[in-house]
Design a protein around this ligand. Structure first.
Ligand code: PRP
Length: 181
């Protein structure tokens, strides 16, 4: 397989992703036996992980999506999440599984988790593909984490730089020359 020219190197291959996503999905499936959780994908970065993850589940699930952003990029957080697209389903009394591509500062998930509990969710758990623990500023931990990664600029398998590279089937490290020019 050829690697994208803007990619420094492949961090996680398609095979590694598939094997680990399956392992995590089976663990989730087992933990939720007898339940019917609402699986919430956070757009857009999680789409490919989400699609792969749910196909390993055998329990009955309902699917829903949210798109969120923080107010003002890079600014110190006001503690408020900007909801660009809200859920279609009511979370009251539901077991919610949030599916994310990456936890960085933790801002998004710390706020989202609090919001869903405020709305009456019975439980809220987090499944993430990638976890950059060293970047954490807000207290939140994934309940299921596929890979701990270093503080590298990662692209592919849903993750972007300027809306590019989301379609790459692997996780790669973006060349510095791309974002430093
Ligand atoms: C990314 C990612 C998380 C968030 C993590 O989304 O998907 O939602 O950032 O960062 P945090 O832990 O510092 O809050 P992004 O805003 O890049 O949008 P995208 O998913 O559409 O790429």
């Amino acid at each position: 397989m050829s690697i994208h020219p803007d990619c420094e190197r492949v961090m996680l291959t398609e095979e590694q992703l598939r094997a680990r996503v399956k392992e995590i999905a089976l663990a989730v499936d087992e933990d939720y036996a007898g339940k019917r959780p609402l699986v919430v994908g956070i757009l857009k970065g999680s789409i490919i992980f989400y699609a792969d993850f749910i196909r390993f589940l055998s329990m009955p699930v309902e699917l829903d999506f949210m798109a969120v952003s923080s107010y003002g990029s890079g600014a110190v957080s006001s503690g408020k999440l900007n909801i660009k697209k809200d859920l279609d389903r009511d979370v009251k009394g539901r077991d919610v599984i949030i599916v994310e591509d990456i936890i960085d500062s933790g801002f998004t998930l710390a706020n989202l988790k609090a919001l869903l509990y405020e709305r009456g969710a019975a439980s809220v758990k987090i499944v993430t593909l990638l976890n950059k623990a060293e970047r954490r500023e807000y207290e939140v931990a994934p309940d299921y984490n596929c890979f701990d990664i270093e503080n590298e600029f990662v692209i592919g398998y849903g993750l972007d730089y300027n809306e590019q590279y989301r379609h790459l089937p692997y996780i790669g490290i973006l060349k510095r020359s791309v974002y430093e020019k």
